[in-house]
Design a binder for this molecule. Structure first.
Ligand SMILES: Cc1cc2nc3c(=O)[nH]c(=O)nc-3n(C[C@H](O)[C@H](O)[C@H](O)COP(=O)(O)O)c2cc1C
Length: 390
């Protein structure tokens, strides 16, 4: 029988395996951060200084990770963040991750720039699907798009607001993987250097679906990622304003969340515009390199809007202990981006499932080590806060 662990005992193992399997430019697109990658490193380092206090002799033989969010009960307090290019990591990568999430009973977020359409993902995957929206410069086009998301049956809309002016990811200039992709001998050499990925991902993609495209985009915007006409400026929207959020609130009857919040005042503004939740996120360290880590600002945001508005956090979560720290610091739920991308690059759906399983096992074990039986027992009391000691 195949080894269900895939030889990966933690998320870092999956990352190393994905690095070996993927062409360099694609791995770096997933893995790296903006500019000097200070935010990327800080997202991880910020967890190290947070310490947990164990309780003992608590009969932890029965433990449950079940978590209820917006009236739905999930198997654990973890969901999958939207990521645009899973289809470049394994064939049909978005479906692979969404299926792994559905089988694990956790939510998966379809990204606006997915390489599989929202219709196909909804049709093939039975689980809880959320949809992430980038509002385009052409707002009328975006509102039409929201109608389509609604008509496909999505009930949760996440509006990402931290990417309105683009980003500075210098490694993309250096490794040659910029959209529109240009066929250069260096790029072709990178692709051919990874025959396992080439045969299992790129070849079936080209034969069955053609050159990868952002499949959700309306026809007039849907260029192949290699097309010279591909115009990134259509994607950006630096006029985005709270008034636009109010319009979206009026148009979206389901759950509405705002992703990319890093200031308590913005969390309060989002709630005032009618958002049901905020996602505290620095886009995984991919945008503003001097950004505070979400786990660092989370307590201030939770103190401001927690209890009134759902607070979710992502960026840098790689261990069960990280998830528990996020919940103890005031989050209702945690999301994760790269881990299931590494997983799907390694082994499609099985790899994404392995990433989710690792999180679940680790959360479960750490709850036992802390003397906890259920997720709602994870409170600030689990944290060692010397400044609060007498
Ligand atoms: C390859 C990649 C693509 C992403 N694409 C999107 C996207 O289309 N929309 C979005 O809101 N966030 C996007 N993100 C950010 C994630 O939703 C999430 O905030 C981030 O990955 C969390 O950090 P983590 O990877 O350390 O868990 C992307 C992240 C990665 C790594």
């Amino acid at each position: 029988m195949a080894d269900k662990t895939l030889g990966a005992y933690n998320i870092a193992d999956l990352r190393e395996m994905a690095k070996r399997r993927l062409p360099r430019g694609i791995f770096e697109f997933v893995d790296r951060g903006a500019e000097d990658e200070v935010a990327l490193r800080n997202n991880r380092q910020a967890f190290e200084g947070i310490k947990l206090k164990s309780r003992v002799l608590a009969d932890v033989s029965s433990r449950s990770l079940e978590t209820t969010l917006f009236g739905k009960t999930y198997s654990m307090p973890l969901g999958i963040s939207p990521t645009g290019t899973a289809g470049l990591l394994s064939y049909g990568g978005e479906i692979a991750i969404a299926q792994a999430a559905a089988k694990a009973n956790i939510p998966y977020t379809v990204a606006t720039p997915a390489m599989t359409s929202m219709e196909e993902i909804a049709e093939q995957v039975g689980g809880e699907l959320w949809f992430q929206l980038y509002v385009w410069a052409d707002k009328a086009q975006s509102y039409k798009f929201v109608e389509r998301v609604k008509s496909v049956g999505y009930k949760t809309l996440i509006v990402t607001v931290d990417s309105v002016v683009g980003y500075n990811r210098e490694y993309n200039h250096k490794n040659g993987f910029e959209v529109p992709l240009k066929y250069t001998p260096r790029m072709l050499a990178q692709l051919l250097a990874k025959p396992g990925w080439f045969v299992s991902c790129l070849l079936p993609q080209l034969l069955r679906r053609g050159i990868p495209k952002y499949e959700n985009y309306p026809a007039e915007m849907k260029d192949k990622i290699t097309a010279k006409t591909f115009d990134g400026s259509k994607m950006k929207n630096d006029t985005l304003h709270w008034d636009d959020l109010k319009v979206l609130r009026d148009r979206w009857p389901g759950t509405l969340m705002v992703k990319g919040i890093l200031h308590p005042d913005d969390a309060a503004l989002a709630a005032a515009c009618g958002a049901d939740g905020v996602i505290v996120s620095n886009h995984g360290g991919r945008n503003l390199d001097a950004s505070v880590a979400p786990i660092q600002i989370l307590p201030e945001i939770a103190a401001r809007v927690g209890g009134k508005t759902t607070v979710i956090v992502d960026s840098g979560f790689r261990r069960g202990t990280d998830v528990i720290k996020g919940l103890a610091l005031g989050a209702d739920f945690v999301m994760t981006g790269r881990p299931t991308l590494y997983g799907t690059a390694v082994a499609g759906e099985a790899g994404a499932a392995r990433a989710i399983e690792i999180f679940g096992d680790e959360i479960n074990r750490v709850m036992g080590q802390l003397g906890l039986h259920s997720i709602d027992e994870i409170t600030r009391d689990c944290l060692w806060e010397p400044s609060l000691s007498p």
